[in-house]
Write a protein that binds this ligand. Structure first.
Ligand code: PHE
Length: 440
């Protein structure tokens, strides 16, 4: 299969601009992972020390794998299943990475879309002035107790995905990301300014940055590593798919730096907004998945203009979730179009139907929710990332591989290669062993 197979009219689709690619890939990276998941797992894992481990994972493992995925897509111009076949010039077992990516897309979407549905619900409630009317504390419980409503919202979110992805990614995603990403950034900075005025700001900062390593358990390390993969959309081929729409001469290093910077900055700012609020209003930082849905409305209720701000905030969060979800769906759709010969429209509809069904058990069972969440970020993504590191480090044609980092000084090139070859496998391997021991 060649690059042309993924195109509209026999021509390989490319991003209109480098900026467009950066915003789209950042749009994939920045999502619920940053604003919903990062604060809640930081809360559950006790704060500062966890954040440091997470940052270390981003730098030591996230960045090298992001570059690898970008190169795999750019060098082949095709989906994650076909990419390995193109590089090897024949059928190959490495394509398993692509198949696992497809599985991961379904597993992630099953809970991601449900949480996105919660965001949509909060857009509506915010706009109706529910917080000002004193419903901030009860709204989340009401919602999670109402399965019908959650399924309905999950369906709406997925319907939106069908519309965009069926039309093809380029026009839709690139344009939307160009607008939405900067607006999201601005809004978060505005909220950060607000948070600095709260009496809990100091405690929030301390919680996020004061590292107490006695709080670091093996489970915390597993979640930090898993979250590094999740937040950068790594290990399941989303970044391979997006970079397949890049020209051969695009500089992957500088794009990666921007994407990782935005993703990390947005997660930290989200933490700097949410924890001060939690401490100011005596809410529990370890509240779990409901954290932002219980802290933020409480703060918005106290705020002049809170109704408008809250509506905007949850709307943007829904958009951030949307641009990430598009990339998840696109992995499966591109794979189906290239490997099964399906029309894009048919592929999109069937894939989204599958995702809709997969989300239903998640609505009914918190255990299932947790299971899908952890199975994806603690097993599937790190395993996919490990295989990608091994392939690029040891298996890939050296000339093609080295082009990835050609713009960097020699020591960094070596550093990248040996990180993929040794450091990543060792760390991910260690984490897996630990998982297995814990299981046994
Ligand atoms: N990175 C997205 C987020 O942080 C989630 C995601 C994971 C998207 C894997 C695509 C692939 O919300």
């Amino acid at each position: 299969m060649s690059a042309e197979d993924n195109s509209q009219k026999g021509q390989r689709v490319l991003w209109a601009s480098r900026m467009g690619f950066i915003f789209a890939a950042a749009g994939s990276a920045v999502g619920l992972g940053n604003i919903w998941k990062f604060p809640y797992i930081t809360g559950v894992n006790g704060g500062g020390a966890f954040v440091l481990v997470y940052l270390a994972c981003i730098l030591a493992i996230g960045v090298p794998i992001l570059l690898s995925e970008f190169r795999l897509g750019q060098a082949t111009g095709t989906d994650p299943i076909s990419a390995f076949r193109v590089l090897e010039g024949k059928k190959t077992r490495w394509s398993i990475v692509g198949y696992m990516g497809v599985l991961a897309a379904f597993v992630i979407m099953s809970f991601y879309s449900v949480v996105a549905g919660w965001c949509l619900d909060f857009v509506v409630r915010s706009a109706q002035g529910a917080w000002a009317a004193g419903e901030a504390g009860t709204a989340f419980g009401d919602l999670t107790g109402n399965s019908g409503r959650q399924i309905f919202l999950h369906l709406i979110f997925i319907a939106g995905l069908v519309i965009v992805v069926a039309r093809g990614v380029r026009e839709g995603i690139e344009k939307a990301s160009d607008v939405l990403m900067p607006v999201l950034l601005l809004l978060l900075v505005g909220m950060l300014l607000y948070a600095t005025q709260l009496k809990g700001f100091g405690r929030g900062v301390e919680f996020l940055f004061a590292a107490d390593f006695s709080k670091i358990s093996p489970t915390a390390i597993v979640s930090a590593l898993g979250h590094a993969f999740f937040t950068l959309s790594l290990g399941m081929g989303a970044m391979i798919t997006y970079s397949s729409y890049l020209p051969e001469d695009a500089n992957l290093v500088s794009s990666s730096v921007w994407i990782v910077f935005m993703d990390t900055a947005i997660a930290l700012v989200a933490g700097l907004v949410i924890f001060p609020i939690a401490f100011t209003f005596d809410l529990e930082p370890a509240a779990g998945p409901g954290l932002i849905f219980s802290t933020l409305p409480t703060a918005f209720a106290q705020l002049p203009g809170g109704t408008l701000l809250s509506t905007l905030f949850f709307l943007l969060l829904s958009f951030a979730a949307f641009t990430s979800a598009i990339s998840l769906v696109e992995v499966v759709v591109a794979s189906a179009v290239n490997n099964l010969g399906w029309q894009r429209k048919k592929a999109t509809s069937l894939v989204c139907l599958g995702i809709f069904l997969a989300g239903i058990p998640v609505v009914y069972s918190g255990t299932f929710f947790d299971l899908m969440d952890r199975f994806s970020s603690e097993y599937l993504l790190p395993l996919g990332g490990l295989l990608i590191a091994l392939y690029v480090g040891w298996g890939m044609d050296a000339d093609k591989r080295d082009a990835t980092v050609a713009s960097l000084p020699a020591w960094m090139q070596k550093g990248w290669l040996w990180t993929l070859r040794i450091v990543t496998p060792a760390l991910v391997g260690f984490v897996f062993l630990n998982q297995i021991f814990e299981f046994v």
